[in-house]
Write a new protein. Sequence first.
Length: 762
Amino acid sequence: MIKKLVVLILFLSSSFLLCCQEDYDITFSHTTGFYDSPFYLKTSCDSCHIQFAYSYNDEFKNLIDSIYIDKTTSILFRLKSKDEFYDLGVRSYFISFHTEFKVISLNISEEFLFDDVLGLYVPGKEAYYDTLVNHWRKANWEYKRERPCNVEVFNENGERIIHQNAGVRIFGGMTSYYPEKSLRIIAREQYGVNRFNAAIFDSDTVDYKHLVIRHSGNDYRTLRFKDAFITSIAAESGLDVQQSSPAHLYVNSEYWGVYNLREKINKHYFRNNYNIPFSGLDILQGFNVVDHGEKTKYLALLSFIKKHDLSVYENYEYVSEVVDTRNFINFWVHQMFYANPDVRGNIRFWMSDSLDGKFRWIVYDTDLGFFKSYHNENMLEIFTSEIQTRWFNPTWSTFLLRELLKNEDFKNDFILQYSIIGNTILSTEYLSERINTFKGLYEKEMLFHFSNRRMFQRHQGSILKWYKSIDDLIYFAKNRPAVTEQNLVETFNLSGKYILRLVIENPQHGVVLLNNNIISDSIFNGYFFTPIEIPIEIRPNIGFYNTGFSNPVVSPSFELDTLFQCDTMSVIVSFKSLGHSNHKVIINEVTFEERNIELFNQELDTINLKNWTLSITHLNPNEIPTTSFILVKDSVFIHPYGYNILFADYDVSCITAIQLFDSNNLLVDSIAFELNPTLSDTIHSFSRTIPFDSLDGELPSWEISRPPTPGNHNIHYSDLLLKQYAENVAFNRKIQIIISTLLALLFLILFVFRHEFFSKDT
């Protein structure tokens, strides 16, 4: 026991003895990362000695010459100077290992994993097996014990983006009783650094307090990605989910398999995703369990609903001020479609006074959903039952949904959302496409997983079961939509089914929303029910207008369509250009660092830019084009042949197109480009070579300008003017020389022949 405590003390103390490599000239012959063949690792250090060990349980040895690295290995290094030791951290080297996933290397004392007293993976000495519930009681992993470790994370390009000491705990509820477990790593000041500062997921967030290394929960012996797949679909309805990134896990140089690196749902999640403070934030789950904050406001909501009839407009309006009803509807539509019975224990919701004070729901832990055997389940009936009919629908878990459905507006919105989501991101075609995407992403990595890991091998399943599970997902995706449609009809006694066929011509020039859902395809076909009207909003981009359908709602009126063998209503929306403006103002320069856009007036008159608009198309972190607008609200004048600056609150290096519209929304000027500037370019600008259609036969083009010249002539144009001026000066000098020469020659002729001229006169 004393030896184990010494290991713990030594590990913790190493966090406070980090060596500053600038104080010693330390070199390693090979950086951490991935290599195709074995190599000899050499080190050097002036006035010090380098020592190494292969684990926290090994004794450190002096590194005399080199270490032969012929297999994937993590090595602990420390520096010895006189009688003091300084931690140099862990360096992991991967030999002949090729992956498109992230890689996590965890190094930890073996006692912290498998010792009867300290071990996180064993029941422990106090544990006993409860035959009534068929799992251990008082097991080590039940006590949320935390152990120190060292963690490295390598991104998909093989770059090490995290390297620090941290804490590790077992993560999960009932899945923690499985032999293989999910882990949570925590950054704390006591380990050295209190955040994981790295771009882990496809977002701008680089600051994480907790990260989850999840084995996919109840799906851990089959797909290893089901929850990541399901929640990625739910996120497309604007629901909160944990971001996910697949990764291979190594523990103490041993391969443990494919895991999913996830965000943790806690107060830090909402700070990162909503930029809101911890104060005034309530996070709850299940039956009023508080994760953060308090439950006072939620209990007050439930109390109000119990005492008031929500079919009454005023009562429903009050609840709508406290609950994001669209978010709540989308949450249940997804959970019912997935036939997720585990939603009861994983109802998670939150609100923040710093946002709008409304409760919103989180899609979390969906591993028990999307099962082939569940594809016929009528979850709509189950989750709207007034009595408990199954283990997973106690009345407290369905109370809020049942009461809200008593309101006609909420019920109609629920039915519409069920139809729209069911015909878009929950359609067979879309789900099958996404399943195949995940299959392509994971297939090669899972072949490696099943072939190479030895830890938990008895419990890991097989590649054949993995392929079978893919087939089961596809079966569910093919058969579930028709079942949920019928469930909708039966539960709400619907009739008058029809197909809405929405055709959007030139969709790049505007947006169409059905029931406030953006329709991204140019052709949408979906089933709906009479007499429910569908709110429709048509938003042309600046410089465009829409023709065809223009009503604020779609009211069913039918024409027989033999294609669908169903009553069909066709709606056509076409976006057309308003035309070009007569104003001659051009976009002349885009400055990176200052984030501004320069305009140049080619006219002889001063122009007021009030109510003019810049339409800016830029790429978001997922490289999806997004259009934003800058409206000039006040009078801003641009003088004849003068310049003016409009500021853009975007990373202009991500801009792909800019359009300028006048106060009548007529197109004045536009440019389209791919900047992709280098780091050194970002202190410069992107500018037109000349601010005219042509100059001395030279046509305008765009180039990186060094330095930026906002409010002045661009460098190329200035240089051209100087060159033109110099050429004019040189030409004028030539003319002057020629004239002077001719005049001198004339005077010379007159001087030579002056006598003849005078004698003739006399």
